[in-house]
Ligand binder design. Structure first.
Ligand code: C2E
Ligand code: MN
Ligand code: MN
Length: 344
């Protein structure tokens, strides 16, 4: 259909927004508009309201002319907003974001579950306006709360990738043991998805056997090293998404996780690195860059998360700029094999 649209001379400047096949689309933060093109050469456009991040936007193009509600526009409008979307939104962000913090009372005091073969600290990603937990990020830890770098540096080559992948079963297990009702984010090196055969099947198998939903899981790609096999990477990302798992680019604006990665693949979520966030309220260049990133993500239907917020001034500036999801010590520090209380 896309090729047909491209070859039809009535369509000009057709733009590809996403070119990965996503079998199970959720459309949760996407809007839908419709356009009617008349045969007489002139264009007549009927607009429907667009919804994004629960806000209504009117299409604001100059050549866009609102026409009276004809029967056709009513039918198409009903399709755009109608019940057919429901099965796809059941496991969308809304379900998990709609969970009040009270839903995790037993684990909200930073209480630890004890030791696991591999340990993780959980840090919430929050929406302070709706006071909802968007996700809990699992951060690798040693038995004495050692940092991820300390643990990962014990491995090299293929062993590193195998450990990185296989350790995720414990991140999922701890999340399942806590009964976390929100999404769970795990970190993976992109090479762990490329170098370990059946990496995606391994994750799906653990998710299922722990009674979790794949729609509840987010994989954060921490690109500290360049991706060597782009086809294999795309294949793995496509398979994750086909299963309903969301993908995030982590540490955007640091290291390799820059614009070229974003041009190469468009994630569901983008986490802006702390280096760009720190002190943003008084830093003009950071403000200009972050505003552009927000705008870019808006155009691509990508949800933005600000990482490493440490004070109210940063949060206030970012809220004003349109960011609604935050992770940082200001809201909660990571909690060892547990889930911390959130400072709203
Ligand atoms: P990340 O994925 O960006 O995780 C966030 C890091 O920032 C965490 O450090 C967290 O403690 C820290 N952080 C959160 N809020 C703040 C804040 O307000 N201020 C400051 N200064 N720091 C904050 P952590 O736990 O040391 O993790 C460091 C990195 O290690 C992670 O960064 C991630 O890239 C990597 N990592 C963690 N777990 C895994 C894993 O299972 N596999 C792989 N491959 N990498 C992992
Ligand atoms: Mn991360
Ligand atoms: Mn990060």
């Amino acid at each position: 259909m896309y090729e047909l649209i491209q070859t039809d001379p009535r369509h000009e400047e057709v733009v590809t927004v996403l070119d990965e096949p996503i079998y199970k689309r959720t459309f949760d933060e996407w809007g839908l508009g419709f356009i009617v093109i008349k045969d007489d050469g002139g264009k007549q456009i009927i607009s429907s309201d667009l919804t994004f991040d629960n806000q209504l936007y009117k299409l604001g193009l100059d050549n866009l002319k609102r026409v009276d509600e004809t029967r056709a526009s009513m039918i198409i409008d009903a399709f755009a907003k109608g019940r057919w979307r429901e099965p796809y939104t059941i496991l969308s962000d809304e379900l998990y974001e709609d969970l009040p913090q009270e839903a995790v009372p037993e684990f909200s005091n930073g209480e630890s579950l004890g030791l696991y073969p591999v340990n993780f600290a959980f840090q919430p990603i929050v929406n302070p306006i709706s006071k909802l937990v968007t996700s809990a990020e699992a951060l690798l830890r040693g038995p004495n709360n050692e940092s991820p770098a300390t643990i990962l540096s014990q491995y090299s080559g293929i062993d590193l990738y195998r450990f990185d992948l296989e350790s995720k079963q414990y991140a999922l297990q701890i999340a399942a043991d806590m009964g976390l009702p929100c999404r769970v984010s795990v970190n993976l090196l992109p090479m762990s998805l490329i170098m370990i055969p059946d990496a995606v099947d391994f994750l799906l198998d653990k998710i299922e056997s722990l009674g979790l939903f794949s729609e509840q899981i987010i994989v954060e790609i921490t690109e500290e090293e360049a991706i060597t096999n782009h086809d294999a990477f795309h294949g793995a990302v496509t398979r994750l998404r086909a299963a309903g798992i969301k993908v995030a680019i982590d540490d955007f604006g640091a290291g390799f996780a820059g614009l070229s990665l974003l041009a190469e693949f468009q994630p569901d979520k983008l986490k802006i690195d702390r280096k760009l966030i720190q002190g943003i309220q008084t830093n003009g260049p950071k403000q200009a860059i972050v505003r552009a990133v927000i705008e870019c993500c808006y155009s691509l239907g990508i949800s933005v998360i600000a990482e490493g917020v440490e004070d109210a001034a940063e949060v206030n500036w970012l809220l004003e700029a349109g960011v609604s999801k935050f992770q940082g010590f200001y809201f909660a520090r990571p909690s060892f094999n547990g889930f911390p209380q959130i400072n709203w």
